[in-house]
Structure formats: structure tokens, C-alpha cells
Ligand binder design. Structure first.
Ligand code: MG
Length: 254
């Protein structure tokens, strides 16, 4: 069932979204060679708690941390660890959400660690751009397939593949609500978008094949071919005035 949010509920969701973005940016600003992924997680958690919110991911399905931190060929759901130290040239995806006022926010960004290869930078640029092309389609009267098609078309035009085993989702009282929002699709197909829907659009784009697998820890998802993967996500409200990014501090959220 898809829950539609009232304007009053959307105001609460803006707060949850803003705190989620603050946590993401605080952790992102700390990214540098030599820092552990556990330290980044602690920064995200502190930022959320300081704002009077609760980390959405902590304890979710038994997840042991506040942020999913996924390095290089890890696509999503990486578990922060004191033993995992970032190195120059890595890319690191941080995915974090905050629960505040009864609602969740959810966002992710892939950051470069120091200087990265041109190849890796192009993957980040393309994935980020595919997110914003998807958001552009999040309009009343469009369908979920319009979002997925926009993401897929752009990513594949650059020679990349989109992950199919994991998808975006509705966001609200629950972190994961209906509908599913795949990063692939056919224009004009799928659930029709209406005002009051809130969805997380989250392209996961791989440099090689789209195939992924989960490691034995029950969380970490890696690319089958060990090539790099990037992940960018915003929580977006569908309104009569167009898409509104709830996980943005400023204009456009870029
Ligand atoms: Mg999400």
C-alpha cells in the first residue's frame, strides 16, 4: 500500500530529511585517507543524535551501525569497521537515514578518498547525474518506469550497468514503503505517481556487470566482477509543483 503524505506530514519529513543530509555531509567531509569506516559511522550517528533524531539504520533488521559504508566494489550495506581504513584512490559510499517526528529520511552519496582515477571520477559523476535525471521524472502523472528509464538510459549510455537486485522505495513512517523504485524501467509503465508520495530514488551503478552478490555476513553486497560501484540517493516528495528533494540542505541538494 502506498501512503500519501499530507502537507503537514511533509513538513516533518523535511526535518527528517534535513537531518539525514546533515549526517551524510558531516561524514562525507571527514572522508580522507587513514580514517576508518567506523569513525565515519560515529560522525553520522553523533550528528543525528545531536539533532534529537534516531539513526534509522541502527538495529534495522539487526544492522549493527548507523550508516552503511561501502568501499570500492561494495555496492551497498557495507558494515562500518575499525579495521577498514580508507586509502587514497578509494571511493566510499555512505548511506544514512534519520528518524525524526515520526518519519524517516534516507540518503546516500559516494565520495572520493583523496585523489581518485579519472575512471572512478567518471563513474561518480555519471551516477550522480543519473540520480538527478531520475528525480526530474518524479512528477505527478508520470510513472515509476519513467524514473527507472531515465536512470538506466543515462548510466548505460556511459557504458555502465545498473543494479537490478536492489531498488529504491517509498519512505515515510517506515524506512521502506511501497512502491518499489527500480533503477531500470520502461517509460509510461509502472505505478502512477501522485501528489503526496515520497520515494527514495537511489541509483546503484556498476562499472562492469550488473551482477551482485551478498557476502556471508548477511549484509555486504558486492559486484560479482569486483569492479567499482557507486550509489547516490535522495528522498523526494512528489508535489503539484514538481519534485522536492527532502534530503537537501540547499538548492537542488547538489
Ligand atoms: Mg534507501
Amino acid at each position: 500500500m502506498i501512503s500519501l503524505k499530507t502537507n503537514r506530514e511533509l513538513r516533518y519529513m523535511r526535518d527528517a530529511g534535513r537531518i539525514s543530509q546533515e549526517a551524510l555531509l558531516a561524514a562525507g567531509e571527514a572522508v580522507r585517507p587513514g580514517i576508518s569506516t567506523l569513525e565515519l559511522d560515529a560522525i553520522a550517528r553523533k550528528t543525528i543524535e545531536k539533532a534529537g533524531a534516531t539513526p534509522s539504520f541502527l538495529g534495522y533488521g539487526g544492522f549493527p551501525a548507523s550508516a552503511c559504508i561501502s568501499v570500492n566494489h561494495v555496492v551497498i550495506h557495507g558494515i562500518p569497521s575499525a579495521k577498514q581504513i580508507l586509502k587514497e584512490g578509494d571511493i566510499v559510499s555512505i548511506d544514512v537515514g534519520a528518524f525524526y517526528g515520526g518519519f524517516h529520511g534516507d540518503n546516500a552519496w559516494t565520495f572520493p578518498v583523496g585523489r581518485i582515477s579519472e575512471e572512478a571520477q567518471k563513474l561518480l559523476d555519471t551516477t550522480r547525474e543519473s540520480l538527478f535525471l531520475g528525480i526530474e521524472q518524479a512528477r505527478v502523472g508520470n510513472r515509476v518506469g519513467d524514473i527507472g528509464a531515465a536512470v538506466q538510459r543515462y548510466a548505460e549510455a556511459h557504458g555502465y550497468s545498473v543494479v537490478r537486485d536492489f531498488v529504491g522505495h517509498g519512505v515515510g513512517v517506515q524506512m521502506h514503503e511501497d512502491p518499489s523504485v527500480p533503477n531500470y524501467g520502461t517509460p509510461g509503465r509502472g505505478v502512477r505517481l501522485t501528489a503526496g508520495m515520497v520515494i527514495a530514488i537511489e541509483p546503484m551503478v556498476n562499472m562492469g556487470t550488473s551482477a551482485v552478490r551478498q557476502l556471508g555476513d548477511g549484509w555486504t553486497v558486492v559486484t560479482e566482477d569486483k569492479k567499482l560501484s557507486a550509489h547516490f540517493e535522495h528522498t523526494v516528495a512528489i508535489t503539484p509543483d514538481g519534485p522536492v528533494i527532502l534530503t537537501a540542505l540547499g538548492q537542488g541538494g547538489k
